[in-house]
Write a protein that binds this ligand. Structure first.
Ligand code: NDP
Length: 311
């Protein structure tokens, strides 16, 4: 089956749904593919307390269900499943979903997000959402006056550790080498924070816990010593992977795979292809910033269609 759409949105996090809401309201009738993780990264967390408009916070899944409903109300054709193949060499672009349906799209909004890297330990998976988190800004608040650990030695880990140090009584950093990878400025900030203790040359052997959640971490030091630390939260800060692999043949990315957009716009180097949310944002990675960039992408699409196509 081959279909035609004026705008294909790939991804169903805050960026994808916001672009669908705006494009739908503009009469563009977008098609949106939800992708591998319907609702996006937010659905891996529980309560969202910093999304404006919800005085008492909101359950993450409820927030995403509500965004989906709002997009559907304005006529977005929301489909489960993912886009498997892409040809962005000429307009209309040709995309194929995993069931073999071909979609010819006048414009494409890439809102495929990013995934946090995890260590790959079974115990880490077991306590995901029960003390294991990859987002200090999202979940740090739940660990006020408690003890937490952050894994990693790059800018993300240092930023998470200093953020958490403002809330928590103590923050351990578990760093696998005897040096940080982070920038000098971030290293200095960590060094100047008295309640951060860096455990150098250390790897996480296991996240410890019980039915209440995380209770500690078993550490293996390079010299062979194994020891446990008591913590209430375990934060990953070992980087993110933007979901841009499918598009890299056509769309320019930076050295870490984030799609490069022009200035304040959502335009990529391919005319008619736009990017929104975490797939193009290594810095902010918040639901509200992703939603805002989804809005920009839909407005850019509207302008592009007005300038380039007959209605
Ligand atoms: P990085 O790749 O820079 O750092 C990852 C860190 O995690 C390294 O210390 C690495 O150790 C460690 N690590 C990786 N895998 C493992 C593992 N399996 N076990 C234990 N430790 C592990 O990623 P970041 O997310 O920190 O940064 C990505 C980019 O974004 C960088 O360019 C950074 O500068 C930028 N950034 C900038 C910020 C800012 O300016 N405010 C904030 C956040 C990110 P090792 O060093 O041994 O490889």
């Amino acid at each position: 089956m081959e279909q035609h759409t004026r705008c294909l949105i790939i991804g169903s996090g805050p960026a994808g749904y916001t672009s669908a809401i705006y494009a739908g309201r503009a009469g563009i009738s977008p098609v949106l593919y939800e992708g591998m993780e319907p609702g996006g990264q937010l659905t891996t967390t529980t309560e969202i307390e910093n999304y404006p408009g919800f005085e008492n916070g909101i359950d993450a899944n409820m927030l995403m269900a509500s965004m989906k409903g709002q997009a559907a109300r304005f006529g977005a054709d929301i489909r489960s499943g993912r886009i498997a193949r892409v040809d962005l060499s000429e307009r209309p672009f040709t995309l194929e979903d995993e069931k073999g349906n071909i979609i010819k799209a006048e414009t494409v909004i890439i809102a495929t997000g990013a995934v946090a890297k995890y260590l790959g330990l079974p115990s880490e998976q077991k306590f995901k959402g029960l003390g294991v988190s990859a987002c200090a800004t999202c979940d740090g608040f739940f660990y006020r006056k408690k003890v937490v650990a952050v894994v990693g030695g790059g800018d993300t880990a240092c930023e998470e550790a200093t953020y958490l140090a403002n809330l928590c009584s103590k923050v351990y950093m578990i760093v696998r080498r005897d040096v940080f990878r982070a920038s000098k400025a971030m290293q200095e900030r960590v060094a100047a924070t008295s309640n951060i203790e860096v455990l150098w040359n250390c790897n996480t052997q296991e996240v410890l816990g019980d039915e209440s959640g995380v209770t500690g971490v078993r550490i293996l030091r390079k010299d062979g010593k194994v020891f446990d630390i008591k913590v209430d939260g375990f934060f990953l800060g070992i980087g993110h992977h933007p979901n841009s692999d499918l598009f890299r043949e056509w769309v320019n990315t930076d050295e870490n795979g984030y799609i490069i957009t022009e200035g304040k716009t959502s335009r990529t180097n391919v005319e008619g292809v736009f990017a929104a949310g975490d797939v193009q944002d290594p810095d902010y990675r918040q639901a509200v910033t992703a939603a805002a960039s989804g809005c920009r992408a839909a407005l850019d699409v509207e302008r592009f269609l007005n300038a380039h196509t007959s209605k």
